[in-house]
Design a binder for this molecule. Structure first.
Ligand code: PGA
Length: 253
């Protein structure tokens, strides 16, 4: 069975005190992360070490950065490198979130470089893709997402892609309360898996965890995660409420 993943994306929210309180509350709220499941917390850079320490010793629970720079090191004031993340023991990084693509002009080519640099330091990317509303309305979402994947990931080897994590997040469903239907999610997830199968074979495609993101909450997680090609979720707003996120974790297959 593919790894099923509930990933929290806190985005640019919470003070340190609020972040600590949220983790404490979550740990006190009953939930279970089984052997073939992961819970991952993508938190702001200044809280990485604190949250990691709080979660130390918890089985299958990890901390992720929300981004890293696409260059190794040097005169890039204000940026954070994969090497820095590695040096503080961070094992996952979210790359290519639509907010980064839109507000910080991250391109498919640049994201390919970020993926490379993450791999170089042994950090596992959670690679985001997804179409804007105009593309969905034009019915060209499949080819749009396929291009994102090809231009950022198809230089990788089959070995690198085994167990890779993709997050499909239709931009029109992020933070809008408007979730894709579970059938729409399944349709795109199956397409994404097929894109990898065509290029790399089923052996690789069947190991890739494809998460759905966009207004996932406690009340809809079970139905969405229940679909055959949906391997969990990347959760924004609802991950800021302990009880919501605990239920989302428990909704994993
Ligand atoms: P949302 O965000 O759950 O608040 O829609 C998801 C995301 O952007 O990762």
């Amino acid at each position: 069975m593919r790894t099923q993943i509930a990933a929290a994306n806190w985005k640019m929210n919470l003070t340190l005190q609020q972040a600590e309180a949220l983790v404490d509350e979550l740990l006190q709220t009953p939930h279970s992360v089984n052997a073939d499941q992961l819970a991952i917390f993508a938190v702001p850079f200044p809280y990485l070490i604190t949250v990691k320490n709080k979660l130390a010793g918890k089985q299958n629970i990890f901390v992720a950065a929300q981004n890293c720079y696409h260059k190794k090191n040097g005169a890039y004031t204000g940026e954070v490198s994969a090497e820095m993340l590695k040096s503080i023991g961070i094992e996952y990084v979210v790359l290519g979130h639509s907010e980064r693509r839109e507000y910080f002009n991250e391109t498919n080519a640049m994201l390919g470089e970020k993926v490379n640099i993450a791999f170089e330091y042994g950090i596992k990317p959670i690679f985001c893709c997804g179409e804007p509303l105009s593309i969905r309305e034009a019915g060209s979402q499949n080819s749009f997402v396929e291009t994102q994947l090809k231009e950022s990931l198809f230089h990788l080897t089959a070995d690198q892609l085994k167990g890779f994590i993709i997050a499909y997040e239709p931009i029109w469903a992020i933070g809008t309360g408007k979730t894709a239907t579970s059938d729409q999610a399944q349709e795109m997830h199956a397409h994404i898996r097929n894109v990898f199968a065509t290029q790399y074979g089923n052996d690789v495609a069947d190991t890739i965890s494809i998460l759905y993101g966009g207004s996932v909450k406690a009340s809809n997680a079970k139905e969405i995660f229940g679909k055959a090609d949906v391997d969990g979720g990347l959760v924004g707003g609802a991950s800021l409420i302990a009880a919501e996120f605990a239920t989302i974790i428990d909704s994993l297959k």
